[in-house]
Design a protein around this ligand. Structure first.
Ligand code: ATP
Ligand code: MG
Length: 390
């Protein structure tokens, strides 16, 4: 089903809605390939805006800002899922936008997302949609204990409450402002993993290898990637499920699908992100094509080839907490020189000047000839930085 596409060649300008670290790393990948980049983000100090040829700082729905973005670039993508789908839809009237507003709208809403998984025949956690007091009252007891999640605008575990009893559920919904929510049964997780797929406008799909992820306090802490990080059968299932989810959305771009692996070995899909993902950052140093280059290729209609993992890899998230590891008050730069003395360490910092607890400041990729060597170096780096062992 391959249709000949006319690619946007290097020298063109590619645009992104959102100026966070994902946009910054996308801009680096695009610029390396000879593209100019344009960023729309209200923050004048946005990490991506600081490194781009064009930085438009207006609100995402500002008509003049969107018009300016459309005027300077030849294709647009997004780097965070809470960008108003309307902004993408407006841009799509004049230039290619990937992923499409319709796909982003599904990822923005947990209830729609879950319905999409069910449509794809991919297993999901038992759940109930709670938009009204009647739906709240009708919730089945077997969903408790559960996690109440706002349908929209959640990230890094924000907008979520663990509820054990009906009273807690009722109080929890009130606490979340009685906004549309999804209650998910609390599942016994053995581990978590994710898969990144890229799909071109011609329907060609490629994937990164399955990532095994460790979360702490609802935030990704460590990703490990090497042959055998999850059992082969599970890895195959996860890749097939991720591709089905992308295919069924007629998705164009980079998509991350997150999964739970249950204590009994079953695979359950958690959620999708319509963009490169924190769990795919290792691909910058451990794969021959990174997730950001895949994003560039999909939006420029360049060929997609199956990425190859050339080194076992670990990724450590560098949260703002590390800047306060040795003091409670003053911000102190972590000892990068000690970490970089370890072979195979690759430091990525996002250019954020103010460290805050829980804020994603950067990540450290560790590559090595064997998984054991990569783990040993990752543990050494973690010890130097004050990250708990894993
Ligand atoms: P992000 O977008 O940053 O990945 P999020 O805020 O959208 O996070 P989820 O992915 O829904 O949140 O949940 C965050 C974490 O909470 C999961 O990675 C998992 O560790 C835990 N969790 C979520 N839902 C469940 C569940 N039903 N059962 C057990 N653990 C869960
Ligand atoms: Mg998540």
């Amino acid at each position: 089903m391959s249709t000949a596409l006319k690619p946007l060649l290097p020298g063109s300008t590619l645009g992104v809605l959102g100026g966070g670290q994902l946009g910054r790393m996308w801009a680096h990948a695009a610029q390396r390939m000879g593209y100019n980049t344009a960023v729309l983000d209200p923050d004048a100090q946005s990490p991506a805006g600081l490194v781009s040829h064009h930085h438009i700082h207006t609100d995402y729905l500002d008509a003049a800002g969107l018009k300016q973005l459309a005027a300077v670039c030849q294709a647009v993508t997004t780097e965070f899922e809470n960008v108003p789908a309307d902004a993408l839809a407006q841009l799509a009237a004049t230039l290619p936008v990937s992923p499409a507003a319709s796909a982003v709208a599904v990822a923005q809403d947990r209830a729609r997302e879950k319905a999409h998984f069910v449509k794809c025949g991919v297993p999901v956690a038992p759940h109930a949609v709670i938009d009204t007091p009647e739906q709240l009252a009708a919730v089945n007891d077997n969903l408790l204990p559960g996690i109440l999640k706002t349908s929209r605008m959640g990230y890094d575990g924000k907008g979520q409450l663990r509820v054990t009893t009906r009273d807690e559920l009722n109080a929890g919904w009130a606490k979340l402002g009685k906004v549309p929510c999804v209650l998910e049964k609390m599942l016994p997780l053995a581990s978590e993993c994710s898969v990144i797929v890229a799909r071109g406008r011609d329907g060609v799909m490629v994937n990164l290898p399955v990532q095994r992820n460790l979360h702490r306090d609802g935030i990704l802490a460590v990703t490990e990637v090497f042959a055998g990080n999850v059992p082969d059968v599970l890895a195959q299932q996860a890749i097939e499920a991720a591709k089905a989810v992308a295919q069924e959305l007629n998705y164009v771009g980079v998509l991350c699908v997150e999964f739970f692996v249950l204590a009994d070995g079953a695979l359950v899909v958690n959620e999708i992100a319509p963009r490169p993902h924190n769990s795919g950052h290792y691909s910058q140093d451990a794969c021959d094509v990174s997730q950001f280059e895949l994003q560039v290729r999909t939006m420029a209609d360049l060929p997609l080839t199956q990425p190859r993992l050339h080194s076992p890899a670990f990724m450590l998230n560098l949260l703002g907490d590390l800047w306060f590891a040795n003091t409670n008050a003053a911000q102190v730069e972590p000892a990068w020189q000690k970490v970089l003395a370890l072979p195979g360490t690759h430091l990525h910092l996002y250019g954020k000047t103010e460290a805050r607890v829980g804020r994603k400041m950067g990540h450290l990729n560790i590559t090595a000839p064997t998984p054991e060597a990569a783990r040993a170096a990752a543990l050494q780096a973690a010890a130097i930085l004050g990250i708990a062992p894993f």
